[in-house]
Design a protein around this ligand. Structure first.
Ligand code: UDP
Length: 323
């Protein structure tokens, strides 16, 4: 029996693939390598393929007995999703239907789906709990919410069992230094600050300093990618125990502002760099903080790397070694 990791060459998927292998699972990573990195797949088998080609997915199910599917394969640039929604609905929604179709055909009934706090849009209050309204404000968030709805319907109609994990801001790198975060183009705050600290970029720009927050910059809930990976393992165990489909937020319930993250990078790296201020980025809510009480009580999840200096420290170690 094997576990399929769609999008397992990407940032989050590669960390989960590592932990699955460490726990003794046989894994098959399926990735089109549009954004993923082949060198990040250091464990298990690798198949280069695209979810838009149902035949390529079927070939995997013919070769391996797939017990469960982790689904990370998606586009995740919010701004791009506003400019080119078609790309997002095709890849994130239609291609997921291809995957679900093949799973149904081969009797695979377990899926762990990578969703996002972007499905909540602008929250009425924080920390956000799973029962709060989901009103995404960009096509990326809508595409993830659409898949959540599809999973619910598949669950009722075809007996699929799923766990949806709604991440807050995934951050950090493998504590053992084997994996890290590298997007091209890079849009995420922490790698961009690290680039400024290492001199790869000339500055870090803070998008908006007039938010209704103590220092005026946006507040996010940064969750260590190692802790995210642990939650995915627990979600798999949960489904293996025959439990019902469910939805969980994965955050630290801790808010950190953009300026606080910049200070953490300065502390950890010991580097000085230029910080400039620019306009707000459109579609950025002032505060996104997730309650993960449900994941803690139902899955037994205990995040261990909540401290922003530790998160940034692991990211810096990897960044320093890699770039
Ligand atoms: N941000 C910033 N400068 C940058 C990139 C991001 O000030 O160069 C801010 C962004 O406005 C947001 C936070 O950093 O408030 C986290 O952004 P990121 O893109 O990493 O994640 P998101 O919250 O959009 O998922």
């Amino acid at each position: 029996m094997a576990v399929l990791v769609c999008g397992g060459a990407g940032y989050i998927g590669s960390h989960i693939n590592k932990q699955l292998n460490k726990e003794g699972y046989e894994t098959v990573v399926f990735d089109n390598l549009v954004y993923g990195h082949r060198e990040a797949v250091k464990w298990g088998s690798f198949v280069q393929g695209d979810l838009q080609n149902t035949g390529e997915i079927e070939a995997v199910f013919q070769t391996y007995k797939i017990e469960a599917v982790f689904h990370f394969a998606a586009y995740a640039y919010v701004g791009e999703s506003v400019e080119n929604p078609e790309k997002y609905y095709y890849n994130n929604v239609a291609n997921t239907l291809n995957l679900l179709h093949v799973m149904k055909k081969y009797g695979c009934t377990k899926m762990i789906f990578s969703s996002t706090c972007a499905t909540y849009g602008e929250p009425e209050k924080v920390p956000i709990t799973e029962d709060m309204p989901q009103r995404p404000v960009n096509p990326y968030g809508v595409s993830k919410l659409m898949v959540e709805r599809i999973l619910k319907d598949y669950s009722k109609a075809y007996g699929l069992k799923f766990v949806v994990l709604r991440y807050f801001n995934a951050a950090g790198a493998d504590p053992e230094g084997e994996l890290g975060e590298g997007h091209d183009p890079e849009t995420h705050l922490i790698p961009l600050i690290l680039d400024a600290a290492s001199g790869r970029r000339k500055e870090i720009r803070v998008f908006g300093t007039d938010y209704d927050t103590p220092d005026g910059s946006c507040i996010r809930d940064y969750i260590h990618v190692y802790d995210l990976a642990t939650a995915h393992l627990l979600a798999l165990h949960y489904l293996e125990q025959g439990k019902e489909s469910n939805f969980f937020n994965l955050g630290n319930a801790l808010g950190t502002s953009v300026f606080e993250v910049i200070e953490a990078v300065k502390r950890v790296s010991g580097k000085k760099f230029t910080v400039s201020v620019s306009d707000r980025r459109s579609g950025d809510p002032a505060r996104l903080i997730g309650s993960s009480e449900k994941a803690q009580s139902v899955l037994g999840w205990k995040p261990v790397y909540g401290d922003i200096d530790v998160i940034v420290g692991h990211a810096w170690n990897w960044h320093d070694k890699t770039f």
